[in-house]
Design a protein around this ligand. Sequence first.
Ligand SMILES: Cc1cc2nc3c(=O)[nH]c(=O)nc-3n(C[C@H](O)[C@H](O)[C@H](O)COP(=O)(O)O)c2cc1C
Length: 213
Amino acid sequence: MSDTTPIEHPTWLTSGDFTAADEPFRLFAAWLQDATASEPRDPTAMTIATVDRDGMPNARMVLLKGVDDRGFVFYTNKGSQKGQELDATPKAALVFHWKSLNRQVRVRGAVEHVTDAEADAYFASRPKQAQIGAWASKQSTPLESRLAFETAVALTAARYAIGTVPRPPQWSGYRILPLSIEFWHDRPFRLHDRIVFARDTQNAPWQKTRLYP
Ligand SMILES: Cc1cc2nc3c(=O)[nH]c(=O)nc-3n(C[C@H](O)[C@H](O)[C@H](O)COP(=O)(O)O)c2cc1C
């Protein structure tokens, strides 16, 4: 998570009272840092919900690969079901659940493509085998057999045996530009703490509201 904002330990963080936070990105960075220390695996795993053309929701896990004051980035195949849904309806909801901390973060917002330069840079940082897999997988389309996929992987590996693997044109990233970010932390007897930061537009100031659990 190279582009996570460094945490300067404001009072609400050192006191442990996250409800005193006055903006969501530093609070998210602090919680992600806590999760990175305590989760047994994949602290960046998040559910992303999209809708199809009929408004039917669809949700699946992806890995957060970047977060800054603009939004939350993940990478995928643009031809996948989620890619097609995001291109038709560029809005999404995210959920992080860190079981080791009993914390949840919910994000809702508009979605944009990352730039080609961002996608190229992230693709270049991946292991070669993963780069080859990105070329070989027609994600979310029917696959006649495991052998067909393994053959495609082997052919791609032979094609790029020498030199670097370029980024497949259909493989890229999406950035969720949040209009609301909600933080939930369990408390005894189900008297949980819940705050939501919301804004009407990308450039509007955040409004913080405490919600009944
Ligand atoms: C923990 C976890 C992390 C995953 N991360 C990604 C990811 O970053 N990108 C991705 O395309 N699929 C990822 N997947 C697979 C997706 O959940 C999903 O199966 C796949 O992207 C196809 O989804 P779609 O048909 O809705 O497009 C991940 C799955 C799990 C369980």
